[in-house]
Design a protein around this ligand. Sequence first.
Ligand SMILES: NC(=O)c1ccc[n+]([C@@H]2O[C@H](COP(=O)([O-])OP(=O)(O)OC[C@H]3O[C@@H](n4cnc5c(N)ncnc54)[C@H](O)[C@@H]3O)[C@@H](O)[C@H]2O)c1
Length: 342
Amino acid sequence: MTDVTADPVRLGLLGAGRIGQTHARSIAATEGARLVAVADPVEAAAAAVVRMTGAHAVAAEELLNDPAIEGVLIATPTDLHADLVERAADAGKAIFCEKPLDLDLSRAQQGVAAAARRGVPLMIGFNRRFDPSFRRLREEIDAGRIGGVELVQITSRDPAPPPLAYIQRSGGLFRDMMIHDLDMARFLVGEPIVEVSATGSALVDEAIGDAGDIDTAVAVLRSSSGRLCVISNSRRAVYGYDQRIEVHGSAGMLSAGNPVATTVTRADNSGFATDPLNDFFMERYADAYRLEMAAFCTVVRGGNVPYPNGRDGLAALAIADAASESLATGHTVAVRRVDGTP
Ligand SMILES: NC(=O)c1ccc[n+]([C@@H]2O[C@H](COP(=O)([O-])OP(=O)(O)OC[C@H]3O[C@@H](n4cnc5c(N)ncnc54)[C@H](O)[C@@H]3O)[C@@H](O)[C@H]2O)c1
């Protein structure tokens, strides 16, 4: 890691909503990083980040043109991502873009190409790769402890759906929510995902169905050598944020469960009770978000290549597109190979 403590990495934030504020919190807790400016048309959102970090609230254009800012975080609604990646690349900034790269694969490709053309690093917000437990899964696989990976099972359930206005701009469950799990599948399977079968329903909220989306889904992925991954998603889990992974291999099995605050169990005549699960992503992945921001700071100073990068963003989006097509057609769909992926 580059020593950034003497001269803090100066960052700008575009979008100060749920995830923008989460990143602002991580930056405030990172020695050697400073959030210089924040841009969000919603004054209260920007003000929350100003209070948290001391950053200046400015217009997006001003932020992008500020020569003091070295790295830009894009945490706006997804349909603005590719545009902002291009603008930040033109301004010569190192870029951290939230998932998914865009709603549209060809626009996303243009964004990645713009960053490459300008020679600026582009990192994608697949924060779960930085989760210590999920990282450990990868390390155990790499060390050969379970032999060859044959089956991956990912359970990923949100406590409750986001507001309908968010859903309507999100690109649908596969591109918005399952995309994290699609990236995790690539991360753990370790070879290209070539085929997807997916199905889904709107069981949680009729309004989500009326908006043309689903809130409950299952996808089966197949890799180039036939390894399989099953992903189960729901936008409702009354018992909290449920994030579990099991990796089955030729010589064993790995699993990562839900962390809870303490290991205390209470038993009485109604059974056994433990601490509740985390409320949502901000708490469950707090460590991952901090590690992710620290990694981006190192990237900004040229101490590391961006990871995960634009190609990872494109590959996950291509799988999400195939899953959406599978839902619509009822068929298994081949994943489009995007330039340079996996
Ligand atoms: N990595 C993760 O764990 C994670 C979690 C949640 C969301 N996300 C992603 O982050 C993005 C934002 O999601 P969210 O949940 O924070 O949404 P949100 O609606 O809570 O926040 C988005 C913010 O962007 C602001 N905004 C809109 N137009 C803007 C513009 N032109 N310039 C600057 N700001 C603008 C909005 O006013 C809002 O405050 C989405 O792409 C989403 O997929 C990632």
